[in-house]
Design a binder for this molecule. Structure first.
Ligand code: ZN
Length: 331
């Protein structure tokens, strides 16, 4: 049902592109369907968290994020073939292997294929137990702060030391202040480490900080604030690296149009779908930033992505699959 090509993922697994063989003689333009094959779960997780059906749900690592979305797409394509429903566009399915770790090796391929498409359908899970579609996503980035101070014996030679831990603590307080909730800008110092023993004035400390922006125009200012950090204790130094790695998916007119189309098609199936904004990034951020209308969250309906309760609702499998099929035929 598809012509499949593999693409090197460098240090990650291979990426796949599948040129779907769908009914309809004349094809004009291309639709890109996007998914990822990797999950956040380590190898061997299936031993403690096996795939199972219980309580009207399917459970297991990656079932929501996003094995189900890929399965829905494949079955949607199969239904179009079996029912001989013509699809006017060429349909390319791209499955990346490194989305959960930033899409470093797949980004170029995603952007190349999106650039040739009139629309991008992202098979990531919907939002919440209602399965809202995603019409906006925040941009995501990270910074690493490394503070170097001067080690000393905390009892014998305290004054000779310059504590990197103390300096980092002050800097964390400063960067946390970059958050502007009303503008959708958040700064999260998520991981800190530093020092060796409590009786040593710490020579080094570091923090990994997650940043999110709703609007691309807010990114340069935020990045500048990070790069302008200077030590409060002049005996310490700060090294700042990082920046934005996924631009925000901003809710454009093209995205709204695509959403309205999906909403209408779902309504025909007796399902009301709404739209949502999420702080989480996906490969849809890249395609939307190119100006290609991108509709995200078309996959599984459930909860617990990246968590032990990861699951999808069985009774939402059929309508999601049908909505994808109808979109492919309508676009
Ligand atoms: Zn995902």
């Amino acid at each position: 049902m598809a012509r499949v090509k593999t693409h090197s993922g460098g240090k990650f697994g291979k990426h796949l592109t599948c040129e779907m063989q769908l009914p309809g003689r004349k094809k004009s333009g291309q639709i890109l369907a996007l998914g990822h094959l990797d999950t956040v779960w380590p190898l061997g997780t299936l031993r403690t968290m096996p795939f199972r059906e219980a309580g009207g749900r399917l459970w297991g690592p990656g079932v929501l994020d996003m094995k189900s979305g890929i399965a829905f797409f494949v079955f949607a394509a199969r239904a179009l073939r079996e029912l001989d429903i013509p699809v006017a566009s060429k349909v390319l399915l791209q499955l990346n292997s490194d989305e959960e770790v930033g899409s470093e090796s797949s980004r170029e391929l995603t952007e190349k294929n999106a650039g040739r498409s009139k629309a991008v359908l992202v098979l990531e899970p919907g939002t919440g137990l209602e399965g809202k579609l995603k019409t906006a996503r925040k941009g995501v980035g990270d910074f690493t702060l490394v503070v170097r101070g001067k080690a000393a014996h905390a009892g014998v030679d305290f004054a000779a030391g310059a504590s990197a831990v103390l300096e980092l603590a002050r800097q964390i307080n400063r960067v946390a202040g970059f958050t502007i909730l009303s503008r959708g800008i958040t700064v999260n110092p998520g991981v800190i480490s530093g020092g060796t023993r409590s009786n040593v004035v710490a020579a080094e400390a570091r923090a990994h900080v997650d940043i999110r922006v709703l609007k691309l125009k807010d990114a340069p200012g935020l990045e500048k604030k990070f790069r302008s950090l200077r030590p409060l204790d002049p005996r310490c130094s700060i090294e700042v690296t990082g920046g934005l790695n996924r631009p925000p998916m901003e809710r454009s007119a093209g995205i709204v149009k695509l959403f309205r189309m999906a909403q209408k098609l779902a309504h025909e199936l007796g399902v009301e779908v709404e739209e949502s904004l999420t702080g989480g990034g996906s490969d849809g951020n890249f395609t939307a930033a190119l100006g290609i209308p991108t509709l995200d969250g078309l996959g599984g309906v459930g909860e617990g992505a990246h968590a032990a309760n990861e699951s999808i609702l069985v009774d939402r499998i059929a309508d999601r699959t049908a909505m994808i099929a109808k979109l492919l035929a309508a676009l």
